[in-house]
Design a binder for this molecule. Sequence first.
Ligand code: ATP
Ligand code: MG
Length: 261
Amino acid sequence: MSQIVFDRVRHGYRAAGRPEMLALSDISLSVEPGEFVSLLGPSGCGKSTLLYLLGGFVAIQSGRILMEGRKVTGPGPDRGVVFQNFALFPWKTVRQNIAYGLERQKLPARERDEIVQSFIDMVHLRGFEDSFPSQLSGGMRQRVAIARTLAVKPRVLLMDEPFGALDAQTREIMHEELLGIMQRTRMTTIFVTHDVREAVYLSDRVAVMSSRPGRIKEVLTIDLPERTGPSVMKSARANDIVEYLWSQVKIDAAHAVSAVQ
Ligand SMILES: Nc1ncnc2c1ncn2[C@@H]1O[C@H](COP(=O)(O)OP(=O)(O)OP(=O)(O)O)[C@@H](O)[C@H]1O
Ligand SMILES: [Mg+2]
């Protein structure tokens, strides 16, 4: 059984006095346990909306979303979300931010501290336990956000352009970090991005979305050899895949721009 199923999902936004604006139309997609699937598409095509519907933050109007066979009706600890804008508590330290979700689980303090430390180690932030987010770089903050989400042991990880605000070098480091975490945890992940190379490098499959109203145009399996480092992206095969996906996204990006003008 697929772990996540989107079944003919449609979503419109309504603002007072305005006609409904259709953001997503007829989305069907299944994700298998342990898969890393990226959603790629132009700005405004509904990538975040799709993730938030699965996260349970936005009510499902039409169609169904199943998580391990059960209909999604609201947020739950089985779905961990990492947002683009480093949603950390600025008044809490790294340790306190990562412990946040665990506090509700009523674990003995020692056990909780051990879990927190193991996730601090996993994202290579040993030595920064007592720092506040304002004292960290963007990449470090995003590592705290990932650790905080993983610490509560979700069944799937949903990431909305988690590295979009980072510089190219930090992003590359975060890619290696994320691939390492994925190898260790085998966590099913849905990853939203605009960045074609990022999607190709990280994903088992890439779902290409059309401009608004978002539809899934194509789902491409990325058959690259084992990701042993960024040099994989220098191969002719990787370049072909990137070129192809770019051409698919570009058609819709042009539509999205002309629709705004
Ligand atoms: N709360 C809202 N109310 C009304 N319209 C919304 C709301 N949230 C999103 N939209 C609209 O729905 C469409 C899809 O938005 P969404 O944020 O899901 O797109 P996206 O693909 O994530 O875009 P980006 O790549 O820029 O983050 C957009 O046209 C957006 O303006
Ligand atoms: Mg978005």
